[in-house]
Design a protein around this ligand. Sequence first.
Ligand SMILES: Cc1cc2nc3c(=O)[nH]c(=O)nc-3n(C[C@H](O)[C@H](O)[C@H](O)COP(=O)(O)O)c2cc1C
Length: 207
Amino acid sequence: MPIPVTAKMRIGWDADHVNAVEVARILEDCGMQAIAVHGRTRAQGYTGLADWDVIGQVADAVKIPVIGNGDIASGLDVEVRRAQTNVKGIMIGRAAMANPWVFKETKHYLATGTHASHASVEERFNFMRRHCKLAIERNVRMEEQQTMRSMRNRLMNYTKSIPGGKWLRQHFSQIGSVMQLEDIFASYLDHQATHSHEHADLPVQAA
Ligand SMILES: Cc1cc2nc3c(=O)[nH]c(=O)nc-3n(C[C@H](O)[C@H](O)[C@H](O)COP(=O)(O)O)c2cc1C
């Protein structure tokens, strides 16, 4: 049975060598079924903005579906880029690492034109808990402490846009166990319950 093969690429090596259209045509000739294009050059790394003009040029240059990628964080972003280009799909990267609900939110926006309410703190905590437990279950050769250390950045990422996010990040930066995670959640919720009228970040406390 033939297996569909797709490709993903950046728009070129550097600003002087943007060759995405040429490369996309070669990929199409090779029989690629679809191409995803991240609108930055290799030299850019993650700096600057994704160049959606070039992504649009690629989408116009080939017949196979082109999936646009770079700096998409909401349904509104998807709507704007779909209106500006002929991409057949959109890929979301880093935004999903901070907000895994971005796909659900985007779907809601595209279906209704209204913004879905963001994931609640409880939902986020449940998600973090689950992610940590799955990581521990999976990393059978690692101690819990080692796995939880490797989760620090992931956890910190999930706190963006939560009130008191700075306080949570400070505590997650030291975390070494699921028990500590539960303590941090409990302190946070206690504090939120008594200071729910305040929007300032929580003070640093020992977790
Ligand atoms: C942690 C991380 C890992 C990634 N790994 C890959 C990879 O293995 N292959 C790939 O083609 N792109 C990889 N990327 C790039 C993303 O797929 C995407 O092209 C890039 O982040 C731009 O999209 P964004 O602005 O939505 O993040 C990775 C990005 C991040 C942040």
